[in-house]
Each structure stands twice: as C-alpha cells, then as structure tokens.
Design a protein around this ligand. Sequence first.
Ligand code: GLC
Ligand code: CA
Length: 538
Amino acid sequence: MTELVRTDRAEETTGRWWRDAVIYQVYVRSFADGNGDGIGDLPGVRSRLPYLAELGVDALWLTPFYTSPMADFGYDVADYRDVDPIFGSLADARALIDDAHRHGLRVIVDVVPNHTSDRHAWFRQAVEAGPGGPARGRYIFRDGRGEGGVLPPNDWESVFGGPAWSRLPDGQWYLHLFAPQQPDLNWENPEVHAEFESVLRFWLDLGVDGFRVDVAHGMVKAEGLPDVGHTGQVKMIGTGVVPFFDQDGVHEIHRAWRRLLDSYPGERIGVAEAWAPSPARLAAYIRPDEMHQAFNFHFLTTPWEAAGFRAVIEESLETAGLVGAPSTWVLSNHDVKRHVTRYGGGAAGLRRARAAALLMLALPGSAYVYQGEELGLPEVLDLPEEVLRDPQRLRDPEDGRDGCRVPIPWTGAGPHFGFGPPGTGEPWLPMPLSFGPLSVQAQSGDPLSTLSLYREALRIRRERRAFGDTPPVWLDAPGGTLAFTRGEGFACTVNLTGEPAEMPLPGRMLLASARPAVEDGVVRLAPDSAVWWERDGL
Ligand code: GLC
Ligand code: CA
C-alpha cells in the first residue's frame, strides 16, 4: 500500500484501522463528473478528494466502475480487471487510489462475485458452446421442466421480480438471481475460485485497502436447487430462509478470501453485503477467519422509535461481540430510500436524520456514510417516468432505486449544481431545484448546516479514538429517549419523540443536532434531536 503521508493519521497505519473507521460510500456514477458528459467518473472522484479529507472520513468505498453494459449500473461486470470508459481508465483508477492515500484516505472497491454480466467473455463462450461442456459449467445451466423443458428448472424468483431463470434459444435455462443480464456463477467450479482470487490480487496489487463483497451470501446454492415452494420470495429478502441465500457453504469462500487478504501487508479488509435471517446468522460472516465487517441492515431498517433502536443496538453489539468483531452502522446506501425520507421526509425527516447521524457516530464500531447524507439530501420522489432506469423498479414501481442515486449538488446554481464542469450538459438523472440550498457550497459556511454537523461530529470522533470498542452504558432516560455513555468522559442523548424531553444534565454540551435548553441541572432536549456531551470528572 502507498505510504500514508498525512502525519496526523500516522497512527492509523498500525493497529486495526477498520474497527472504528468511518467509510464513505461513493456511488461513482452520481458523485462528480470530471469530463462533463453528465455521468460521474473516477477523475471526478479524484477532484473531490480534498472535500472527503476535510469531511474527516477514513476511507472511501467506490461502487463498481469496471467494464459493464450497465444493465444494473455496474453490478453487471463484463471485465473485472478494467475500467469502463464511462468512468475513465485503469490509469485513472491507479491515480485515484494513490491520490486518496496521499490524502490519508483508504480505498475499498466493490467486487461482484455472485454473477457476471451476460457480456462477460465467459458467458458469451457459454452461450456459443451449447449444452454440456466446460464453458456452461462456469454458470448454472439446467434443462427445463415439463414437456419439452418449457418450464424453468425450479420456482426461484429473481430479486428484481419474475423468474430467476431465462432460456436460451438452444433450450437450456440459466440462473440469474438478479436481472437476466446477470447470470449467476457456479461456485462449485474451481475455475471460478481461481479467477476471483486472481481478480482480488489484481486490485490488491494496485493498492486497494479492501473489498465490499456484493451479495456475499449468495454464491452457494442449496444442493439440488430445491424449490422454495411458494411465491413472494422477493418479499422475504433479508429475513426469509431460502435455498439460494445464506447457505453454509459460502463461508468457505470467505475463509479463502480472508487468507488472501491477510497475505498482503496493511490490513486489507473484506466487507460483506450479506442479508441473513438473523443477527446471529449475520455474525457468522465476521468470524475471525472470515470477513472483517458486514453491513448492519437491521440498524438501517429500524423505524424512528427509541425502544426499537435500543434493541437493535444491543443485539448488534452482542452478536458481533460473540465473534470478536466490531459492529457496523449504516443508515443509507444506493439500494434504499434515503433516510431523511424514510424517517418521514420534510423538516421532521431532516431533524431525525441529523439526530440519527449523531447516534450512529456515537456507537462503537465502524460507520458508513452514503454520499449526500452529510448534506441531508432526501430521496427524489418525483423523477419523471422516462428517466427511471433501475431494473429493480420492475418488481415494484415504488421500489426503484433511482431516487437515491440523483447526483450530488456541489454548488448552489443549476442546471447541474457543479456536478460537472461549468458549461457542460445535464446530469444522467435530473437534479431537483430543491438541491441548490443543500449544496456543499451553500452549507459550507453555515455552522448550523447538516454538512457542518457531520464535519464536527467526525472531528470529535477522530479526536476521541480512545472510545475504541468501549460499549455503551445506558443511562436512565424518559420514554422515547435514549441516553448512554461511552467510556469515562462522553455521553450521547437522543430524543426520538416529537415533543421536548427533560432529563438530568449529562455534562457539558459538545455538539447538538438541535440545541437543547439547559437550566438548573436539567436539560430539555429538542424534539427529534441528539446531543453529545462531555462528562468532566464523571
Ligand atoms: C447488491 C447491490 C445492488 C445490486 C445487486 C446485484 O445488492 O448493492 O445495487 O443491484 O447487488 O448485484
Ligand atoms: Ca463523466
């Protein structure tokens, strides 16, 4: 790995940096457009590294920028060792990685091992080769059921809706848990293992600090591909037990990858995107010889309500703790409705999102920040029909993911709010006028802005690295509120109700998502707010 040159982060070169890292998710397509074609790219990301360093995050996670026909916006990879021309070149990737390191930022890239693009050389060969033979053995091909094999081999449904099987003109069917353009690989084939080890090495040699492993729970399917037995499988994603997700066999793959990661210097990490039926099943992905982290989607899906948050926090810490792993916290990503909107939208949604950020950043473990959440961006709900392109909207028009992928506003004026260079074209998804006052430029000088709140929170968090893994100790707090300490000198209070809430003053105020009133040793917390406290001598 390139040497980190920022001296104030020198201590991070040793120790287990990832255990409490704040990792910023860059959805490359929508972050910053370097060449003005309306689509974000790697040079664009590189030009904004100073912004990310100043924000105070520890690492970036870049969503897929590999060669891809973009049927699922890069999660359909045609060449795992090259950059799609839309996003730049391999030289741009190298320059970005090196430059990020110079800014003291680590770089995590996505790897998509469950499926390739249908334009991947392997799948083309498989199609051409016809039934039988080794080329089809890299994917999951089967003959159909019923007379003439006209029915799919089993009843599995694709995550994006419809059958998980498509039929080729020669009569065989292939499995795709996602879009038909994303054929599932056959991980029983040693060639597939060898190929991905080589792909990981390719990027590790280029200096990346880790991988976010896409659909890390999907690579192994139950023996014999048994029927699920009923429809509605898509609705069970995350909680249901299905024969195509969370099979015990996936853990062998993660163990092999961990050995590979550990053979490189500098604590390179693996982060599992794994949906498992329970926190305990999820914890299996972060056992000491597997991935370093797994996204905590149970936290993300918790509604804005105190008891639910407390329960999910306790459960997450307990289950991760059982395997000696740090917990992770995530509120938004490129697959879900932005949390300002999930928490009710409008002024209340923003108040809650700001409070949730302080809550998340006060917890032990690693936190993920999705681009634009530091600006308090809401989901864009009124994109015109003709611009919607996410394949997931096919399963349910309400479930499209375009609205959380609208480009980031950098400056206050339109049409693209500084997303691209001056004088260049429209962004790939239109940006609403309401993004202007939320732009980086508009918020930068305002101490009360959401951007300033994130900057300040990350600064304080960094100063107090001593938090380490110290678990929260819950304090007595009125109904609908949470209060906890972390170590000796720090406390966090959160009021998740729409009414002010009173409690004994926990200390001296460090940072607040909305200012509380303090009088005679009592604090009156504002509705939907969080406060960080310094506890002198307590
Ligand atoms: C993951 C990605 C999502 C993608 C899917 C298929 O869930 O986060 O964006 O559509 O995998 O690769
Ligand atoms: Ca571009």
